[in-house]
Design a protein around this ligand. Structure first.
Ligand code: AMP
Length: 132
């Protein structure tokens, strides 16, 4: 008897939506306020800033979320992306007095755009991590 993932109750990995807003920015179909770009990553200002500095860093590859990226990207892509995030912080000059990184992943986190991204917040004391 053959089995498939649904008959076993396993979840099926959703496929990457090539029309998500960050895919369109990467293709150059939509504009962005670019801060940094290299072979692994693109960084640009968030369109709806939640802090004086609010930047998004996205990998060039098609990854839906942090879970997807961390489990399926190559070590080279992961290292390159993380280094790019550090370069963005350096370029923005926010290492002192500091900044916050955040990656929403999945429904409970309210991840809206289904292309993995890291938010970088800075420019004021950022307060406690989550509202209680
Ligand atoms: P998340 O809820 O973690 O998926 O965050 C998605 C972020 O993308 C939000 O902070 C939006 O303001 C931001 N965003 C959506 N569209 C654009 C766009 N065209 N350019 C820049 N940022 C965007």
């Amino acid at each position: 008897m053959t089995t498939n993932s649904s008959s076993k109750g396993l979840s099926v990995k959703p496929s990457y939506d090539d029309d998500n807003v960050f895919a369109r920015i990467l293709r150059g179909d939509l504009p962005c306020q670019k801060i940094y770009e290299d072979e692994f990553a693109l960084a640009f200002y968030d369109i709806n800033p939640q802090a004086p500095v609010h930047v998004l860093v996205i990998p060039k590859g098609q990854y839906i979320s942090f879970s997807d990226f961390s489990s399926t990207a190559s070590s080279n892509e992961i290292a390159g992306f993380i280094r790019a995030v550090g370069s963005v912080a350096g370029k923005l000059g926010v290492e002192e007095p500091g900044y916050r990184l955040l990656a929403n992943t999945g429904l409970d986190s309210h991840q809206e755009v289904q292309h993995f991204h890291i938010h970088l917040f800075a420019g004021k004391p950022l307060g406690p991590m989550l509202t209680r």
